[in-house]
Design a binder for this molecule. Sequence first.
Ligand code: ADE
Length: 390
Amino acid sequence: MAAALRIDVVSIFPDYLAPLDLSLVGRARTDGLLDVRVHDLRDFTHDRHRTVDDAPYGGGAGMVMKPEPWAEALGHVVATRDASTPGGPRLVVPGPGGAPFTQARARELAAEPWLAFACGRYEGIDERVYDYAREDLGLPVSVVSLGDYVLCGGEVAVLAIVEAVARLVPGVVGNAESLLEESHEDGLLEYPLYTRPRQWRGRLVPDVLLSGDHAAIAGWRHQQRMTRTAALRPDLLHPSAVDGRVELGVATAGDLPELLTVLHARGRPTSSESLRAGLATGTTWLARRAGRLLGAVRLQEDGGTLRVAAPVLVPDLADDPVADDSLAGQLLQVAERTAVSGIRELVVDDPRPSPGRARTYRRAGYHRRDGRWVRPLVLHEARRDPAAIG
Ligand code: ADE
């Protein structure tokens, strides 16, 4: 049976990739889930010194990787395509000048049947190699960066990227559920974890985790994730995909015509009378940028429940999963922030959300219950036991 993902790595230090034999990736290789092949770039040189670099045209410090060995190496990789990988690989070139490597990109790469990594060294690879790969070999090319710092070469980045990608390949991680609940999978940092003993050096496990109340635990964990993300990575809560400042405000009668148009365009036609009546019985929040309406959410209190209508966005944003996630997420945050103290849970009525929207609800702390999305509002604090001595 063909492996779920084939990975070729070209490097002048093939030994650097030896850790790909270990741990999760190593086991996935033995299990036949990953087909990893490492190539030595110097095998594609033809001079006595196996030269792979030369001085840069135009001057400057350092050396540049020559195009010829790269063309041969990539040609060799492509020529080994087989029935399970009939197209060419996606070529991934790690480098500090690339697009940020994120969990979303890991997911994208994990969905490919074949990845080829080109590990640059020195100052980088002759630019024409990228054009050659795209134009002559017909490969999609992505340059990706691990972060805003400079490594000595792409090998360490490949180890990191392959590990992040491999664990998303079905079957590689035994417990698929553990993939869902972790940092970055839905754009938030992870909640704190505890195991036995319950009391350790004067520190107690938060009571809520011992309560057996699953909704309360989910609520506490979400709260922890939001607090941590706000403190350590506030950028994650305001993704730049929706650029420019989004202003949130409560709708008034003057907003009705625009709101009607958006609802109509999104397949939720309503009359101006029922919208007007809705303004009197609940609150409708609008998101605008530079005056332009982007989306809306309607909230209505019902005993201890705040009923939240599925956020509606203008068509071009709703069609863009990243923008939809960002804006719908911001509108759900408004719902959470404006919930008065008697509210115990938020309920979104959206029985058949798109996969992207379902992810947004989960990311906002909602879980599915009877065809609705429910978000309990509970706050428990971790506490120290003053009587316990460390
Ligand atoms: N190669 C050199 N620096 C790098 C970085 N920051 N990310 C990925 N690959 C690199």
